[in-house]
Design a protein around this ligand. Structure first.
Ligand code: ACM
Length: 782
């Protein structure tokens, strides 16, 4: 029979009949499968549908059957029967078939075949059947239909389809920090359920921190009694001066609870990897057992976030303690991998410690970095002797990698690249894409978060295999993981808000063949998943209303404001008086047509989902403006480029530049952060004239890390001051054709900085560099 290949939204779908738009839209699968082919006909799922197993006596198949029945009961209202007879293609049956033919499916692969008569899921491993069941769960239509028999029963039509699917990566994970804030056992189970639903297979459980030790260790009861409780917690970001909330906080998971969670995860083919941090982030433990530090103590469980100098001292007593702890941990967690942290361990205590210095001399180590390497290698030897493998954050590269360590690359991709080139396995979790504690919208309208900006499309665009690697080296990239650090995440609701829907983008990055990744298709399929997540009472982030991304000025006396909710079915409610919209505010029914004067009007909008929840607010101010006159300048006195002053100092605001003395001054061709002596702890100011080609409104786009401020004439067009990550701010100004003074001030603290300025004339599609418009006055002396 001739097959027609349809390409819809970047996906190849093989169908037997002519293609229709319906072919792909019927399969709202996340993550998208490797191969999917629609067939003629429909399977009618109903309360009469049964589940049958290829071997009814097989215990694991029985568990899978029960799991499938449980999942379908949520839809059908009652659990389907599990047939006593082996599956042999009986009609109106869902067959779970373990096959021995390794060509059919291996590892986590599965095949799913829906015909008018039966649904067959086959795989060579139970995990494959489990993923087939998860796919089936997504094929069940969200909306019920009346039975075609007219008997008043409800049925769920499932279009016939053939799916042959398997993961791109073997490691597909989500992390959860319970050190900063902890979450109830039932919530952890829900977190694991959702991972499994989206075919992720690893839960990285970050169990020990400066702010709290969260796992019962029987040999060291004070870890839970003392190390799990802090006096109070920093209030928002009040580091300096420190302001605490005055409320004692703490708790831990008992070994019984840990076992319960591990078993729950195991039944969902999720491996729980415990993380026991060392040598840093260990104040919780040191508060309980100060004898394992290099100084006397006493120590308190930390009440503020950050990196603390008191870490484990590399004594024989410390190693004995850690081995005892790891022995109990290995007993609780069957995972092949144990994560030992290894990140952010300041070396100041080791530098000053006679004990640490003795170990450095005894072992012939060059410095404290090699001492950390020695520390990690010793722990690795212990884990290997128990047939376990060590994972550490990318700092474990410093001073030399432990021989068989797997590296979790978080400070970008470079640690992962270096490790893969040395033949080590790697999990990519860079802050740039995989830190789900980062903002996903404008911080002004979002709940307090740690910083950064990682919206959904950025997560979706992540590519875990760097181009720098050869094919052979790339085999060491086991997969990817998102991290959820919980300094600012105190509640389960906010945790889900930060995790979803970004975790769905992660799931597709981790599972789906790179060729099938397509943002437009993903956002289309996502619509169904918003509804499914609502059904599961997941507090996912409803996308904010689009169309209010920047304040708008106009030379006219009216503005037309189109708004858009990217979640289908969401209602937009808005206000024009600056107040926060509620579910009874005016309903948006089409572009707003508003009169504006110089005072202007603020439009604020929220999207409301069918579950009654709303998005974060979005707001923009619309006002009428007048053209700023240019300054009179003689073109012959002008040269291209701008003057700059470069400062080497630590600033926390661009205002700090005012009294400072520049290290160097000169002329540059563009506003860029290149060509200067250093990137960290600097300030820069640029001054010149902007040659504006025509009288119009111009919007400027300024990205900086850290603070920046753009002034044109005497108008501050963009104020993006303060310490922050690389984020963009926009501002507009109406300019008459001619020359306008321009000034940009910028500072940067630690790490890689950013400074980028573009401009867009009203009506232009895209912003462009301002380089061609940039002039400065020739020095008089020349
Ligand atoms: C980390 O974020 N400190 C691994």
């Amino acid at each position: 029979m001739a097959k027609t290949i349809c390409r819809v939204a970047g996906f190849v779908v093989v169908v037997l009949s002519a293609c229709t738009r319906d072919d792909v839209s019927r399969y709202h699968l996340i993550p998208f499968p490797e191969y999917i082919s629609s067939r003629a006909g429909t399977f009618v799922l109903s309360a009469a549908t049964a589940i049958a197993l290829s071997d009814p006596a097989d215990g694991e198949l029985q568990s899978l059957g029960a799991f499938g029945a449980d999942v379908l009961a949520g839809t059908l209202g009652s659990a389907p029967d599990i047939a006593a007879e082996p599956f042999s293609g009986q009609s109106n049956t869902i067959g779970l078939v373990l096959v021995t033919d390794p060509r059919a499916a291996s590892g986590e692969r599965y095949q799913l075949r829906v015909t008018e008569e039966t649904i067959t899921i086959s795989a060579s491993e139970p995990s494959g059947l489990f993923y087939g069941l998860q796919t089936l769960r997504q094929l069940v239509p969200h909306h019920i239909a009346p039975s075609p028999d007219g008997d008043g029963e409800t049925v769920w039509p499932i279009p016939a389809v053939e799916i042959d699917d398997g993961p791109r990566f073997t490691y597909r994970g989500m992390h959860l920090d319970v050190g900063r804030h902890l979450f109830p056992v039932d919530f952890i189970k829900k977190y694991i359920d959702l991972l499994a639903m989206y075919k992720m297979n690893t839960f990285h459980w970050h169990l020990t921190e400066d702010q709290g030790w969260r796992i019962e260790i029987q040999k060291y009861p004070r870890l839970a009694e003392v190390g799990a409780f802090r006096r109070e917690t920093i209030l928002e970001k009040n580091f300096n001066p420190f302001i605490g909330d005055g409320i004692p906080y703490g708790g831990f998971y008992t070994q019984d609870e840990v076992r319960e969670i591990v078993a729950y995860a195991r039944a969902r083919y999720v491996t729980v990897i415990p993380e026991i941090e060392m040598p840093g982030h260990s104040l919780g433990a040191l508060a309980a057992y100060p004898e394992f530090a290099c100084t006397e103590g006493p120590f308190n469980v930390a009440t503020r976030w950050g990196v603390h100098p008191d870490i484990y001292c590399p004594t024989e007593e410390t190693f004995a303690f850690l081995e005892d702890v790891l022995t109990e941990v290995m007993d609780l967690f069957p995972s092949r991998y144990i994560h030992i942290g290894g990140d952010e361990a300041p070396k100041t205590r080791w530098e000053a410690s006679p004990v640490a210095q003795t170990v450095i001399r005894r072992e012939g180590l060059a410095d404290e970095h090699e001492l950390q390497s020695y520390f990690i290698r010793r722990i690795e030897r212990f884990l290997l002797s128990h047939d376990r493998r060590l994972i550490g954050w990318d700092e474990i590269l410093e001073g030399g990698l432990a021989p068989e360590a797997t590296v979790m690359s978080w400070r970008g991709m470079s640690g992962g690249i270096a490790a893969a080139k040395q033949g080590h396995d790697v999990i990519m979790t860079p802050t740039s894409h995989m830190y789900f504690d980062y903002y996903q919208g404008d911080p002004e309208h979002e709940p307090l978060a740690i910083g950064g900006y990682t919206p959904l499309d950025k997560v979706y665009g992540f590519e875990p295999v760097p181009e720098e690697l050869t094919d052979e080296e790339a085999t060491h990239i086991l997969g990817t993981q998102a991290n959820l650090w919980t300094e600012y995440i105190k509640t389960t609701g906010y945790l889900e808000y930060m995790a979803y829907p970004r975790a769905l983008a992660l799931a597709e990055v981790a599972w789906t063949d790179r060729r099938w990744r397509d943002w437009e298709s993903f956002t289309t399929r996502l619509q169904t998943h918003y509804r499914r997540l609502s059904d599961l009472a997941v507090n996912y982030r409803i996308p904010h209303v689009e169309g209010l991304d920047a304040d708008v000025m106009t030379l006219a006396d009216r503005v037309v404001v189109p708004l858009r909710a990217s979640m289908a079915g969401a209602e937009i409610r808005y206000t024009t008086d600056g107040s926060d919209p509620t579910s009874t505010s005016p309903l948006y029914q089409g572009p707003l047509d508003l009169p504006v004067d110089e005072a202007g009007v603020t439009v604020t909008a929220r999207a409301f989902g069918a579950d009654g929840r709303s998005s974060a607010a979005a707001a923009a101010h619309f006002h009428q403006t007048v053209l700023r006159p240019p300054v009179a300048l003689d073109a012959p006195d002008l040269e291209r480029g701008a003057r700059f002053a470069y400062y080497e100092d630590q600033f926390s605001t661009v205002d700090g530049l005012s009294g400072a003395t520049p290290a160097r001054e000169g002329v540059v061709s563009g506003i860029e952060l290149s060509g200067f002596e250093r990137e960290e702890f600097i300030g820069l100011s640029f001054a010149g004239h902007l040659r504006v080609p025509a009288s119009d409104i111009y919007t400027f786009y300024l990205t900086s890390d850290d603070g920046s401020r753009l002034t044109i004439g005497d108008t501050v067009v963009i104020d993006h001051d303060g310490s922050h990550g690389a984020t963009e701010r926009t501002g507009a100004v109406a300019l008459e054709a001619g020359y306008h003074p321009i000034n940009i001030r910028f500072f940067h603290g630690r790490g890689p900085g950013a400074l980028h300025l573009t401009v867009r004339r009203d009506g232009d599609a895209r912003p462009a560099s301002i380089k061609a418009w940039l002039f400065h006055e020739r020095l008089q002396s020349r």
